[in-house]
Design a protein around this ligand. Structure first.
Ligand code: CP3
Length: 360
C-alpha cells in the first residue's frame, strides 16, 4: 500500500512511535449522537439500508471527521454483516438492536454458507473506496470486523444478551459444532479484512466486545486463538497489515493475549486499572483508549479528571486517545468538543496539570 508523507499520526503510533500530541478517534463516532447522522437515518427505512448504500455509508463515515477533525475515520458498517453474508437473516429493530434467526442447535449450522458471499459485501468495499478519495491526507481509514466469539454470541442467541449465556452454553454442550462455527468465522474474518485492505483501509480493528465473560481456558480457546489465526491469516495476504485488537473486559488476561496475538496495538476498555495497563500492557504494545463513555456523556469536571488521568498514565508512551467503548447516543456534542480540546491542549502543556506525574 502506498504511504503518504508525512506519515499519518495513527500509523506512526501503530508503528511504535510516541507522539507529543496523541492522535484521537472514538469508537461509534458516527452515530445517533450526531444530528447530521439522525437526519440521514430518518430518511432510510432501516440501519442495514444505510450500511449497504455505499454513498450514504461513506457520507456517514465522513460526518465526524468534518465536524471534529478526528485522526481516524472508521467505516460506517456493522460487525453482524458477516453473519448476514454467511446466510443468516438479520434485521435491526429500532431501539431493540439486532435480530437474527438463532442458531439454537448444531443442526442449525447447516443453514449457513461454507464461506462468505463476497458479492453481498461489495457495497462495503465500494464505500471504502469512496471514503478514501474524500479523506484529508493525515486521517487514517479504519476497517473492522467482530471477533469470532463476539459475532457467535449474536448468531447463537439471535439477539444481544446481558451475559452471552446462549453461546456459552452452546460451546459447553456442543464443543465440536461450536468449534466448526468458530473456524467458519475465522476464515470469513480473514477474507473480509483482506478485502477491506485491498479496497483501501489503512488499518483494521478486531472488536471482541464480549471477551470478558469467558473463563480463562475458554478465553484462550475462543478469544486468543481465533485472534491469533486472523492476524496471521490476514498478514499472509497483506504482510504490512496494521491491526488493533480490542478484547473488551480481558483485564489481566491482556498479557497472555499480547504474548500470542501479533496485533500492532491494543484497545483498552474503561474498566482496566491505569497503572496495570501502563506497566504491563503499554510496555508490550501501543495502547488505545480508554475513557469511560459515561464520563464523556456526563461532561464537566468528571470528564476533565478522567481525561487527565488517562493522559498522565499513557501520554508519554505510544498512545491513541479513544473511549473504552462506543459513544453513547445521548452524548452532548459540546462534551466531545471539550474532550478533543483538552486532549490537544494538554499535549501542548496548556492545562497546567497534564505533565504532572507523567512517566519520563
Ligand atoms: O464505530 C463506528 O462508528 C463504526 C460503525 C460500527 C457500528 N457498529 C455502527 C452501528 C461499529 C464498529 C459497530 C460494531 C459493533 N456492532 C459491535 C462491536 C463493538 C460494540 O459496540 O460493542 C457490536 C457488538 C455490534 C452489534 C450491534 N450493532 C448492536 C448490539 C447494535 C444495537 C445497539 C445500538 O447501539 O443501537 C448495533 C446497531 C448499530 N451499529 C448502530 C450503529 C451506528 C445503531 C443503529 C441505528 O442507527 O439505529
Amino acid at each position: 500500500m502506498p504511504e503518504t508523507f508525512p506519515k499519518k499520526p495513527i500509523l506512526r503510533v501503530l508503528g511504535g512511535e510516541c507522539l507529543a500530541s496523541p492522535p484521537i478517534w472514538l469508537m461509534r463516532q458516527a452515530g445517533r449522537y450526531l444530528p447530521e447522522y439522525r437526519a440521514i437515518r430518518q430518511c432510510a427505512e432501516n440501519f442495514l439500508d444505510l450500511c449497504f448504500d455505499p454513498r450514504l455509508a461513506a457520507e456517514i463515515t465522513l460526518q465526524p471527521i468534518r465536524r471534529f477533525g478526528f485522526d481516524a475515520a472508521i467505516l460506517f458498517s456493522d460487525i453482524l454483516l458477516v453473519a448476514y453474508a454467511l446466510g443468516q437473516r438479520l434485521s435491526f429493530e429500532t431501539g431493540e438492536g439486532p435480530r437474527l434467526d438463532a442458531l439454537a442447535e448444531p443442526a442449525d449450522l447447516t443453514r449457513l454458507r461454507h464461506e462468505l458471499d463476497q458479492r453481498m459485501l461489495a457495497p462495503i468495499y465500494e464505500a471504502i473506496g469512496l471514503v478514501r478519495t474524500q479523506l484529508p491526507p493525515h486521517v487514517v481509514l479504519l476497517g473492522f470486523c467482530g471477533a469470532p466469539w463476539t459475532v457467535a454470541t449474536y448468531m447463537i442467541a439471535g439477539h444481544g444478551t446481558a451475559d452471552q449465556m446462549p453461546a456459552r452454553l452452546f460451546a459447553y454442550r456442543h464443543p465440536q459444532a461450536f468449534a466448526s462455527l468458530m473456524d467458519l468465522l475465522i476464515e470469513s474474518s480473514i477474507s473480509y479484512l483482506v478485502r477491506q485492505f485491498e479496497s483501501g483501509v489503512d488499518a483494521v480493528q478486531i472488536f471482541d466486545t464480549w471477551a470478558g465473560v469467558l473463563p480463562s481456558d475458554e478465553f484462550y480457546r475462543w478469544c486468543i486463538e481465533p485472534s491469533e489465526k486472523i492476524v496471521a491469516g490476514v498478514r499472509r495476504q497483506v504482510p504490512a497489515a496494521r491491526i488493533i485488537g480490542f478484547p473488551r473486559g480481558a483485564g489481566t488476561e491482556l498479557s497472555r493475549y499480547l504474548a500470542a496475538v501479533a496485533v500492532d496495538a491494543i484497545g483498552l476498555d474503561w474498566m482496566i486499572d491505569l497503572a496495570f495497563a501502563r506497566d504491563h500492557v503499554q510496555k508490550l504494545r501501543p495502547v488505545q483508549g480508554n475513557l469511560d463513555p459515561l464520563a464523556l456523556l456526563a461532561g464537566g469536571a468528571a470528564l476533565d479528571q478522567a481525561v487527565d488521568s488517562i493522559l498522565r498514565a499513557f501520554g508519554t508512551g505510544p498512545f491513541i486517545f479513544n473511549l473504552g467503548h462506543g459513544v453513547l447516543p445521548d452524548t452532548p456534542l459540546e462534551n466531545v468538543e471539550r474532550l478533543i480540546e483538552r486532549v490537544r491542549a494538554a499535549s501542548r502543556g496548556l492545562t497546567g496539570n497534564s505533565s504532572e506525574g507523567r512517566r519520563t
